[in-house]
Design a protein around this ligand. Structure first.
Ligand code: UFG
Length: 330
C-alpha cells in the first residue's frame, strides 16, 4: 500500500517523500508544480502533475494507485499574499481540501496527516502555546488552515475520516545530505533570506522592526528542523494506523529566538558578514510565537534530533551553498 503525498514536490513535502523512501514505504506524489519542483522528487516514484481541485484527476490517481494513507502538504502558505488575495487562498486551500476529502471518502481511504500552522493561533495571550489555547487567526492564511481543520473534524463525525493535524511553527533546515532543500520564488522566509545574503545574492537582510517588546526589539520565533518535522508526520501515519484518535499537535522546539539572534547564529555558522539593516514592521507579524510540543512528544513519541539552531542553519547552509540557484542550478 502507498502513502499519497499531495504537494510532495514542495519544500516540506519533498522531505517527507525522501524520509518515506528511507523507511522503505511506497509513496505516490501529486503536485501542480505551482511552487514545487519536479527535481525535488526522485525520478523512480509515481508522480502525477495536477491540481488537488481537479476532481476527475484526483479520482483517477486514487483509482490507479493502492493508496491507504494521505499526507496533505499542498497549499498556498504566504501570510502577506493571503492578506491581499484572500479568495485565492480560500479557493486553493479550503476548496482543494474539500475535493481531497470527498475523493478520500468516495475511495474509502480514511487516514490523513495534515499540514497546519501556528498562524491558527494569531497573536497568543501567552507562550508556550498549547493546542488547547484559543485559535484566533489574524490573516486569511491561518483562517484557511483552521477551516481545513474544522472540515476534517466534521468529516470524522460523518464519514469516519481519521486525521492528525500538525501545527508547524517556523520550519527551516534541509536534508543533511544536501540532496533537497528550500527554494521559493519569491523567497520570504528568514533563514533562506539570511543565507542568500551570506552567498552575496542579496546586499543585506532587512529586519522587519526592532521596536517589539522583546529582549533586542526583534520578533521571536520557534524554529523546527524540517527533518524532525517530517519524523513527526511519519509517526502520525503510524499512530493512525495503530488506531490513534484524530487530534491536533504543535510542532516546535519550545525555545524562541529573536531575528537578530538568528542572524548572529548564521554569521557564526557561515563565517560571512551578512549585512543587516532595520526596516519597518511587516504587517501581521506576531511579537512572539513559541510552541509547547509536549503533546506531540507524549502521544506520538516525537523526539526532535536536529532541532537546535546551529544544526538547522548548518543543514540549510549546506543546501544553499551547494545550490546557490536552488533547483534551477541543477
Ligand atoms: N523577517 C525579517 N526579515 C525578512 C524575513 C523575515 O525580519 O526578510 C522576520 C519576520 O518579521 C519574522 C521572522 O523573521 O519575525 C520570521 O519570518 P518568516 O517569514 O520566516 O516566518 P513567519 O514567522 O512569518 O511565518 C511562519 C510560517 C508561516 C506561518 C507563520 C505563523 O512561514 O507559514 O509562521 O505565524 F503562517
Amino acid at each position: 500500500m502507498s502513502v499519497l503525498a499531495l504537494g510532495g514536490a514542495g519544500y516540506i513535502g519533498s522531505h517527507a517523500v525522501y524520509q518515506l523512501l528511507d523507511r522503505e514505504r511506497e509513496v505516490v506524489v501529486v503536485d501542480n508544480l505551482q511552487t514545487g519542483h519536479r527535481e525535488a522528487v526522485p525520478a523512480n516514484i509515481p508522480f502525477y502533475e495536477g491540481d488537488v481541485r481537479d476532481r476527475q484527476f484526483l479520482k483517477e490517481v486514487f483509482a490507479k494507485e493502492p493508496i491507504d494513507q494521505v499526507m496533505m502538504f499542498a497549499a498556498n502558505s504566504l501570510v502577506g499574499v493571503s492578506m491581499k488575495e484572500p479568495l485565492q487562498y480560500f479557493d486553493n486551500n479550503v476548496y482543494g481540501t474539500q475535493v481531497l476529502l470527498e475523493t478520500m471518502v468516495d475511495a474509502g481511504v480514511s487516514d490523513i496527516v495534515f499540514s497546519s500552522t501556528a498562524a491558527v493561533y494569531g497573536e497568543p495571550n501567552q507562550v508556550p502555546i498549547k493546542e488547547c489555547d484559543p485559535a484566533m487567526p489574524q490573516n486569511p492564511y491561518g483562517e484557511t488552515k483552521l477551516a481545513m481543520e474544522k472540515m476534517m473534524k466534521w468529516c470524522r463525525e460523518a464519514h469516519d475520516l481519521r486525521y492528525v493535524s500538525l501545527r508547524y511553527f517556523n520550519v527551516a533546515g534541509a536534508r543533511p545530505s544536501g540532496a533537497i532543500g528550500e527554494d521559493h520564488d519569491p523567497e520570504t522566509h528568514l533563514v533562506p533570506i539570511i543565507l542568500e545574503t551570506a552567498l552575496g545574492k542579496r546586499k543585506s537582510i532587512t529586519i522587519y522592526g526592532d521596536d517589539y517588546d522583546t529582549k533586542d526589539g526583534t520578533c521571536i520565533r520557534d524554529y523546527v528542523h524540517v527533518e524532525d518535522l517530517i519524523d513527526a508526520h511519519i509517526r502520525a501515519l503510524d499512530y493512525l494506523k495503530d488506531g490513534g484518535v484524530s487530534d491536533v499537535f504543535n510542532l516546535g522546539s519550545s525555545t524562541g529566538f529573536t531575528v537578530k539572534e538568528i542572524i548572529g547564529a548564521a554569521r557564526a555558522v557561515t563565517g560571512k558578514e551578512i549585512p543587516s539593516k532595520i526596516g519597518e514592521r511587516r504587517p501581521g507579524d506576531p511579537t512572539k510565537l513559541i510552541a509547547s510540543p509536549e503533546k506531540a512528544k507524549a502521544v506520538l513519541g516525537w523526539n526532535p534530533k536536529r532541532t537546535d539552531i546551529d544544526t538547522i542553519i548548518e543543514d540549510a547552509w549546506n543546501w544553499h551553498h551547494h545550490h546557490p540557484d536552488g533547483y534551477g542550478g541543477r
